[in-house]
Design a protein around this ligand. Structure first.
Ligand code: ASP
Length: 307
């Protein structure tokens, strides 16, 4: 039993909230489990929540099962444009990149912006140029491309009246995110995505927007969201959840409230993960599935694809 001032380090990660096809379940579960394990190892070695969420998200960006980094969806011009954010609950400082092309790990770039500049959000060509300046390896789009997304692109091209929200029922995708609390009681959040399939070129979703795709504040907790970005940003979902914690709600109540409110006010679908400043973890979603993995109080890893 830890003393009252000590916090048990915890991490919870997600791999997206969608109707995930049966045959994709095993891959998604293995992916979130590996990510939670990577984050847990950093926390167990006394590392920071910030390092833990970055590492966990990198593991999922590298995993083609998810719509982030390798495996990202195509926009309607046939290009991959990715969004990511990382935020530190200790200082409220953040780094984010949007509509960035040709790199494998957008969250790493967001972290470099966080560490090495006084900027918060870089988009498009500027973000890519920053990656180049920092010596990050640039890659061809082919390196990020998986057959699943080529097939999806070709199918969506044949749907003239396609709307973004259509993709929220029939197709597995998988924005990724992680939130953690470290032994010093600091929280952090990170989110990374290829966005939604067949988006307009230049479309930016909720993921890199502070408060919407992620939020972290040591005084309340940290959250990362996934789902219909155009709905999530209208209610500033993650900030809504951490504000509810600050008002005294328990982590699970706050997560439930945020998802319920988003649906009531916008009709939007999605999910979020949350850790509060006491180290309670929670997740909530109103989609058929959400893939999550988290460390229990005893340090063991739990993973789920539906409640
Ligand atoms: N929220 C992401 C976006 O709208 C998509 C997702 O979470 O799957 O870009």
């Amino acid at each position: 039993m830890k003393g009252i001032l000590e916090v048990i380090p915890r991490i919870i990660v997600h791999g997206g909230a969608w109707k995930i096809a049966e045959e994709e379940h095993a891959g998604h579960m293995a992916g979130v489990r590996a990510a939670a394990e990577a984050g847990r190892a950093i926390l167990a070695a006394g590392g920071s929540a910030l390092d833990a969420v970055e590492r966990a998200v990198i593991v999922m960006e590298d995993d083609p099962a998810f719509d982030a980094g390798v495996g990202s969806v195509f926009n309607r011009a046939g290009d991959i444009e990715m969004d990511a954010i990382i935020m530190d609950g200790r200082t409220l400082k953040l780094g984010a990149v949007a509509a960035v092309r040709g790199i494998t790990n957008p969250v790493r770039l967001a972290r470099m912006l966080f560490d090495d500049t006084d900027h918060s959000l870089l988009v498009g060509e500027g973000a890519r140029r920053f990656a180049e300046e920092k010596g990050m390896r640039l890659c061809a789009q082919a390196e990020l491309t998986v057959p699943r997304e080529i097939e999806r692109f070709l199918r969506l091209q044949k749907m003239p009246d396609y709307r973004l929200s259509y993709e929220f029922t029939p197709d597995p995708q998988g924005t990724v995110g992680a939130v953690a609390i470290d032994a010093e009681g600091h929280v952090a959040a990170a989110t990374s995505t290829g966005g939604v399939a067949y988006k307009m070129p230049g479309r930016v979703g909720d993921s890199p927007l502070v408060g919407s795709g992620a939020y972290a504040d040591d005084l309340s907790g940290a959250a990362s969201a996934t789902g219909h970005g155009e709905s999530i940003m209208r209610v500033v979902l993650c900030k809504m959840a951490t504000d509810a914690v600050a008002r005294g709600l328990r982590a699970q109540q706050a997560a439930d409230l945020a998802i319920r409110t988003m649906f009531e006010r916008t009709g939007g679908y999605g999910g979020l993960i949350l850790v509060d400043r006491q180290g309670q973890v929670a997740f909530a979603y109103n989609t058929p599935h959400m893939t999550v993995a988290w460390t229990g109080e005893d340090g063991s890893i739990h993973a789920r694809i539906k409640a």
